[in-house]
Design a protein around this ligand. Structure first.
Ligand SMILES: Nc1ncnc2c1ncn2[C@@H]1O[C@H](COP(=O)(O)OP(=O)(O)O)[C@@H](O)[C@H]1O
Ligand SMILES: Cc1ncc(C[n+]2csc(CCOP(=O)(O)OP(=O)(O)O)c2C)c(N)n1
Ligand SMILES: [Mg+2]
Ligand SMILES: [Mg+2]
Ligand SMILES: [Mg+2]
Length: 323
């Protein structure tokens, strides 16, 4: 199958979103939105950096890459609407494998009523998938990292470390039945779109998604808001089996693991009960893990209460372009 046939094969038969004026088939796509702000985000996944043949089947490559982007839309408080895909394909990848990558994206796009509206296809040495997702949020209502204030409660959704532990199990060929939960969390992450849209009535919320581990993401909120983020290690949620199977590395998994695509944020204490309600309504695990302080000594950084001591929680996680 060459380029033209491939594009024909992935072209949607219809578009779900009325905002799509022109999808695949011209020089560019055209959308029409009048009442919303448009959110645009792009993330790339590259063979041997974000996945390899031990960790991720073609279906899951597509699924995870789109999930990572949808998670950034959720982290802005919005809804995903449409996406563009740029794919670089080595000769050794078969037509079937390419279709499976797209099936992985389509499965997730169906769940969110999203439309594939364009992209680009080229040959190259390593498989690389760059996705741009467009989302919407009511005018002026996007959630920013720089809005944390003193006394806010710091929350996180779900459990942390699952994806990184799943990756570890896959890389060490421990993908037995007992490991399936963690492997599933690595291969098919669930961005927190419904929870964050349910929580729309809450006036102020600083928000970030956990792609690089909360040590990183908590520091990003602290720096953007110029506040101190005080986290309590004992309150950070993790799966029972993680503590049971890998107690020695628990600290590492939950703070620096990354790729959980959960949300970390802050809300005023008076909004906490309401946020818990929204979590219940959307079947979302929600945990309070600390509080925001405004104090010269603490501002701009994340701090961790661990074994009775308060210490700086350094940024960790995956860093590209290390030289
Ligand atoms: N090569 C680039 N060119 C322009 N902007 C970039 C580039 N790489 C990252 N950014 C921007 O830098 C910010 C941080 O990116 P990143 O750490 O990848 O965010 P996230 O973890 O949410 O994906 C975002 O606003 C992103 O759009
Ligand atoms: C084979 C393999 N090795 C290592 C990892 C771990 N890993 C790769 S990138 C990354 C961090 C997240 O990716 P990045 O491109 O930094 O995403 P962004 O911060 O832009 O959301 C992690 C934890 C992986 N997923 N697969
Ligand atoms: Mg990114
Ligand atoms: Mg993000
Ligand atoms: Mg990163």
């Amino acid at each position: 199958m060459e380029e033209f046939d491939f594009i024909q094969s992935i072209k949607p038969k219809y578009y779900r979103q009325s905002s799509v004026i022109k999808g695949i088939g011209d020089d560019a796509a055209i959308l029409r939105h009048t009442n919303n702000d448009i959110i645009m985000t792009m993330d790339t996944m590259v063979e041997n950096i974000h996945f390899n043949e031990m960790t991720t089947a073609p279906f899951h490559i597509g699924y995870r890459a789109l999930a990572a982007n949808i998670s950034d839309i959720a982290a802005m408080g919005g809804k995903p609407v449409s996406y563009l895909v740029s794919i670089t394909v080595p000769d050794r990848w078969s037509a079937e494998e390419l279709q499976e990558i797209y099936q992985g994206m389509t499965a997730l796009a169906n769940a969110y009523h999203m439309d594939l509206i364009g992209g680009d296809t080229v040959s190259g040495e390593h498989l690389s998938l760059s996705i741009t997702v467009l989302g919407t949020v009511n005018n002026g209502k996007a959630r920013y990292r720089n809005t944390a204030r003193e006394h806010d409660i710091i929350f996180v959704t779900g459990t942390l470390g699952d994806s990184a532990y799943g990756l570890h199990l896959l890389l060490n060929e421990q993908d037995d039945a007992a490991s399936q939960y963690f492997i599933h969390r690595h291969q098919m992450p669930s961005p927190r779109v419904s929870f964050i849209n349910q929580a729309r009535p809450i006036e102020r919320m600083a928000l970030n998604d956990v792609s690089d581990g909360i040590a990183n993401e908590a520091n990003e909120i602290a720096a953007a808001s110029d506040k101190g983020m005080l986290l309590d290690f004992d309150r950070i949620p993790y799966h029972d089996l993680l503590a049971k199977n890998s107690p020695d590395n628990l600290y590492q998994w939950i703070l620096s693991g990354g790729e959980d695509f959960e949300l970390i944020g802050t809300v005023p204490p008076e909004d906490w009960d309401r946020l818990m309600e929204y979590a219940k309504l959307t079947d979302t695990k929600l945990t309070s893990i600390g509080k925001v302080v405004d104090n010269e000594k603490f501002n701009g950084k994340a701090w961790l209460r661990y074994q009775g001591q308060l210490k700086i929680l350094d940024k960790s996680g995956y860093t590209h372009l290390k030289r």
